[in-house]
Design a protein around this ligand. Structure first.
Ligand SMILES: NC(=O)c1ccc[n+]([C@@H]2O[C@H](COP(=O)([O-])OP(=O)(O)OC[C@H]3O[C@@H](n4cnc5c(N)ncnc54)[C@H](OP(=O)(O)O)[C@@H]3O)[C@@H](O)[C@H]2O)c1
Length: 293
């Protein structure tokens, strides 16, 4: 069984499927996307992470949320066990001819997009709705007040913030109270700058969800950082990616990981990370290798 943890009111898996690679640039097509989500669910994954903005720049909007909805409605397993998180505040654009991720944190945009997210997901109420990323043009609290309104109106059951600093988490907590159940920040062996927010969420008793937990699906910026993980992986006879995820999950009971995948094989392997027990020798090797910023 895949490791379970409580994400606010949801009993879900500590290892979720990050949907993004299935619908942004370089995805392997609609059929592979459905196959990958079904494979994850069949293997016991009960947590899917998507976003309003997970589509190709210039293409049809919200294809990530639509793919998740289609995969869940055609899946024959227990749909009510699956928690789906989505996010609003980003949209895709082109700058200098290249696909970009732009932000729009205006309250009216967040409210419109969240309602569109619920429609695309085919739900009355979104399980977990994140404010995707602060918009420097909009006071942070104004954006979070829109998330507050969405929870009050029942568009979302619970709320989260993403790409948030300790100060922003505290501001969100003031506005959202107990409805703030999660912070989703980048965290991996190549990205430990957010360790302060991981510690802060533990103090607050809310979940910390690591995005790009394997360093992202493009070539890691610093592959040497993963060497200690490869050494520990050899000792256990598993992939180094499982060791990375197990190390992240060992940072606290409040930690979740959402590895992305383009294909069933990779998410199926990642889902085993919760079975891996890292002993003190393993931890010493890993802690020594990880970048401390
Ligand atoms: N909140 C935010 O601002 C934000 C930003 C970025 C991402 N996210 C979320 O975080 C999720 C994960 O991030 P990510 O997709 O950027 O990167 P990631 O999870 O760090 O890395 C995904 C890559 O790792 C590979 N992989 C996964 N499991 C593996 C395994 N067991 N063995 C070997 N390779 C494995 C995948 O390979 P294949 O390609 O071969 O399948 C994919 O290329 C996203 O899907 C999204 O939901 C959130």
């Amino acid at each position: 069984m895949v490791l379970h943890r409580d994400l606010g009111p949801f009993d879900t898996t500590a290892i979720g499927l990050g949907e993004m690679p299935l619908t942004i640039e370089d995805n392997l097509g609609h059929g592979k996307g459905i196959e990958t989500i079904h494979a994850a669910l069949d293997a016991g994954c009960r947590h899917i992470d998507t976003a309003w903005a997970y589509y190709c720049s210039g293409g049809e909007e919200q294809t990530g949320e639509k793919l998740v909805a289609e995969a869940l409605s055609s899946w024959t397993g227990p749909r009510d066990e699956v928690s789906v998180a989505t996010k609003v505040g980003h949209y895709r654009n082109f700058t200098d001819g290249r696909p970009t991720w732009d932000v729009d944190g205006r309250p009216e945009s967040l409210i419109r997009h969240a309602k569109e997210s619920a429609l695309a997901l085919g739900v009355d109420s979104i399980d977990l709705l994140y404010f995707h990323r602060p918009d420097p043009r909009i006071p942070y609290r104004e954006s979070v007040e829109a998330i507050r309104q969405l929870v009050d109106e029942g568009v979302a059951r619970t709320a989260g913030v993403s790409n948030a600093s300790v100060e922003q988490i505290d501001a969100a907590r003031e506005i959202l109270g107990a409805d703030l159940i999660a912070v989703q920040n980048q965290f991996s062996p190549i990205w430990t700058e957010t360790a302060d927010t991981m510690a802060h969420t533990e103090e607050l008793g809310i979940a910390f969800v690591c995005w790009s937990p394997l360093g992202g699906f493009r070539k890691p910026k610093d592959d040497a950082v993963f060497e200690p993980f490869r050494r520990v992986a050899d000792r256990h006879g598993v992939s180094y990616q499982q060791v990375v995820l197990a190390w992240e999950l060992s940072q606290g009971e409040h930690v979740f990981v959402i590895p992305g995948a383009h294909r069933p094989q990779t998410i199926l392997d990642s889902l085993h990370a919760g079975d891996l027990r890292l002993d003190p020798d393993d931890q010493a090797v890993l802690e020594h290798g990880v970048r401390k910023d």
